[in-house]
Write a protein of this length. Structure first.
Length: 132
């Protein structure tokens, strides 16, 4: 699967499954590259449950003004919903992305303490975070 060269503006949602710019769950052989995501409220890019050897690449994306209005914190108290989140996943390369002016956390790698999904082989290379 390839998700490239998209412009995603103003996604809104406070509950799981809503407000994402790009979300992939259980991905295999996925490239997410050269997208612009602006003013998403939940996660701008969310990778969930990538199994070992899944070969997921997130590269060259620009995330701008993530949760600009602070809706997550104000409405749900969730200040921790990152602009770019890799959650319960393995074999993911996150490289040369730009995250500009995130209101919440810019970049997060999250293990699974409940189901026991591994979080291995996550590579963070050359990402730039500006005005966090």
């Amino acid at each position: 699967m390839t998700i490239t060269n998209n412009e995603i503006l103003g996604t809104f949602g406070l509950d799981p499954g809503w407000g994402y710019g790009i979300e992939v769950t259980n991905p295999t052989n996925v490239l997410i590259a050269d997208n612009l995501i602006q003013e998403a409220t939940r996660h701008s890019i969310y990778i969930a449950r990538a199994a070992p050897l899944s070969n997921v690449k997130v590269q060259g994306n620009t995330i701008f003004n993530h949760d600009l209005q602070g809706a997550q914190r104000a409405t749900t108290g969730r200040w921790y919903l990152a602009a770019l989140a890799v959650s319960r996943a393995s074999d993911v390369d996150v490289a040369f992305n730009r995250i500009i002016n995130p209101r919440a956390i810019a970049l997060s790698v999250e293990p699974d303490d409940i189901q026991g999904w591994p979080t291995d082989d996550i590579n963070l290379v050359g990402n730039e975070i500006i005005d966090a």
